[in-house]
Design a protein around this ligand. Structure first.
Ligand SMILES: [Zn+2]
Ligand SMILES: [Zn+2]
Length: 317
């Protein structure tokens, strides 16, 4: 098939895929899955805690949550699939139950083609469910169209690639419950991330735990509510004391940008204290030279006195 034909068939399939979504909760992946119990405890694995800066020790933002045999992926930054392997998560046979995107900033999505296509090459047969904000469908279809020559060669050539194993089902949402099956409920929480029309944090209730992922956000009342009583809050942050204009054209807008798009360590500390979260993990840090100790001191100034750590790649909680 020529790329244009593949792109057209992708576009044609979009309507069908939209109809066969992850929800209602009896999605194909979840059928037959036994109810989550305490034995099916929920584990959070930080696959990537980095920023756009290509730090080899901090891959692009991506977080896995496993519950029994189910594997939920939140964001798909650069390096995500190799980090799954490094974390000893399964990579063969299409192990990802669903991918959830917090928003469409490139550092959160640059690994999405890797997730879609490497999982296929590693034996995925079923469409990969992807849930994200409006714009996700177009992004995924463009990625699929961009790889049309690869699809052609792998399926029609000597590799005998699994036909259609590269496919996805995309569901665009603006908030609310996005997965609810067999003891796992995942809610997309609309947060405030500067000029993005749609950005989410996620609240995951599973295995007797409540886990909240902030996504990218400035202080947000909705996230406050979602985090109330959470066992674990994984939040982005920057050190408030380091925020100042940058020495570059447009750098005078930097503090304004940061306050509109992101949350300071003190603000996160206030949120965590207010919400009464049991454990706080900071990641996806705009450090501006700030050390771990400075960030944690900021959290304390904000009033949170519970356990707080700076998350590193492959940490588990
Ligand atoms: Zn962002
Ligand atoms: Zn980000």
């Amino acid at each position: 098939m020529k790329p244009a034909i593949v792109a057209a068939s992708i576009a044609r399939g979009a309507g069908l895929l939209a109809a066969a979504l992850l929800l209602p909760p009896t999605g194909t992946r979840a059928q037959g899955t036994p109810p989550a119990t305490r034995a099916d405890s929920a584990t959070v694995i930080l696959l990537g805690t980095g920023m756009p800066y290509p730090d080899p020790s901090a891959q692009g933002p991506a977080t896995a949550v496993t519950v029994g045999t189910r594997l939920f992926l939140f964001d798909a930054g650069a390096g995500v699939v190799r980090q799954m392997n490094a974390a000893k998560l399964p990579v063969r046979g299409g192990p990802i139950t669903a991918v959830f995107l917090t928003h469409l900033h490139s550092d959160h999505t640059l690994g999405l083609a890797d997730v879609i296509f490497t999982s296929w090459v590693m034996g995925r047969r079923q469409p990969l469910p992807i849930v994200g904000p409006p714009g996700t469908r177009a992004m995924v279809h463009h990625l699929e169209a961009a790889l049309a020559e690869d699809i052609e060669v792998r399926t029609r050539g000597l590799e005998r690639g699994i036909p259609d194993g590269w496919r996805t089902t995309v569901r665009e949402v603006t908030g609310g419950v996005v997965y609810d099956s067999a003891g796992v409920r995942i809610t997309a929480v609309p947060v405030e991330h500067g000029s993005w029309k749609h950005a989410f944090g996620f609240r995951i209730e599973a295995g007797g735990r409540v886990i909240v992922l902030s996504g990218d956000t400035r202080p947000s009342a909705a996230l406050d509510r979602a985090a109330r009583g959470a066992d674990l809050l994984v939040h982005e942050a920057y050190p408030a004391v380091r925020l100042k204009p940058e020495d570059r054209p447009g750098g005078e807008l930097w503090p304004q940008y940061m306050r509109a798009f992101h949350a300071s360590d003190e603000e996160v500390g206030r949120l965590a204290a207010r919400a009464g979260v049991k454990q706080l993990v900071l990641h996806h840090l705009v450090r501006m030279g700030g050390t771990d100790a400075e960030l944690l001191a900021g959290v304390r100034r904000g009033g949170f006195l519970g356990p707080a750590v700076i998350g590193k790649d492959l940490d588990r909680f």
